[in-house]
Ligand binder design. Structure first.
Ligand code: FES
Length: 236
């Protein structure tokens, strides 16, 4: 198997001969680092799809390296591994998360507890259970084309977090969360659904953005596109 890795703009080629059906992209990177080239840099910690640090592009698909089997993405016995898009590269496959973490701060992506605390029942949790699975891997952020038109767009990950806490009855901000979505330029989303299709936790990211936008526009918290002189035909 030929493995090509984008190392700061140059593609370096390695060959690995003991690929099995269960071999993951992360195991390939470890083999290269341990036995061929100790200078190769990448991120990984949990090896179990939990920490979200190992996201990379493989043959143009953005995936978790520890969860993805080589055989599922190889074409003609070859894979090309590249760093995530939409984030500056620090070295090889290691990208700088600062911008997207700063945007999470701007989105207040944490619970602001309400007093007194209310019991949460299964039917309450069901409204945001999927969103609690977000591992901050940055895959949705890296595949999002909306930054081309608006570099201040919060990015899909922010709206997943805003949605999750907006739905939580123990969060004190309630509809202030919608105002936060507006301040993070939610209307710059072009609804391409790349975020939903690429999320390794199957979170319905674009659907969450639609719900936030719909509610915000109904309540007058988010301006409708017509108010800006545009209409993309979404009917709200
Ligand atoms: S190493 Fe933690 S998600 Fe892959």
């Amino acid at each position: 198997m030929i493995i090509k890795i984008n190392r700061n703009g140059n593609y370096q080629t390695y060959e690995i001969n003991n690929i099995e059906d269960r071999t993951t992209i992360l195991e390939v990177l470890e083999q290269i680092k341990n036995y061929q080239d100790p200078s190769l840099s990448y991120r990984a910690q949990c090896r179990a799809s939990i920490c979200g640090t190992c996201a990379v592009k493989v043959n143009s698909q953005t995936v978790l390296a520890c969860k993805t089997k080589v055989k599922d993405l190889a074409v003609n016995d070859e894979i090309v591994i590249e760093p995530l898009s939409n984030m500056p590269v620090i070295k090889d496959l290691v990208v700088d998360h600062d911008e997207f973490l700063n945007k999470l701060k701007k989105a207040k992506a944490w619970l602001i507890p309400k007093e007194p605390f209310e019991k949460v029942y299964p039917e309450d949790l069901a409204t945001y259970d999927r969103e609690t699975d977000c591992i901050l891997c940055g895959i949705c952020y890296s595949v999002c084309p909306a930054f081309t038109n608006d570099k201040d767009f919060g990015g899909p990950i922010n709206f997943v977090k805003i949605f999750r806490f907006w739905k939580d009855k123990n969060d004190a901000l309630n509809d202030e969360r919608i105002q936060t979505a507006a301040e993070n330029n939610i209307t710059s989303c072009i609804h391409c659904k790349y975020c939903t299709f690429s999320c390794p936790k199957q979170i319905p990211v674009e659907e969450d953005i639609l719900q936030l936008e719909f509610y915000g526009k109904q309540k007058g918290i988010i301006k409708k596109q017509e108010d800006f002189g545009f209409n993309f035909g979404f009917g709200f």
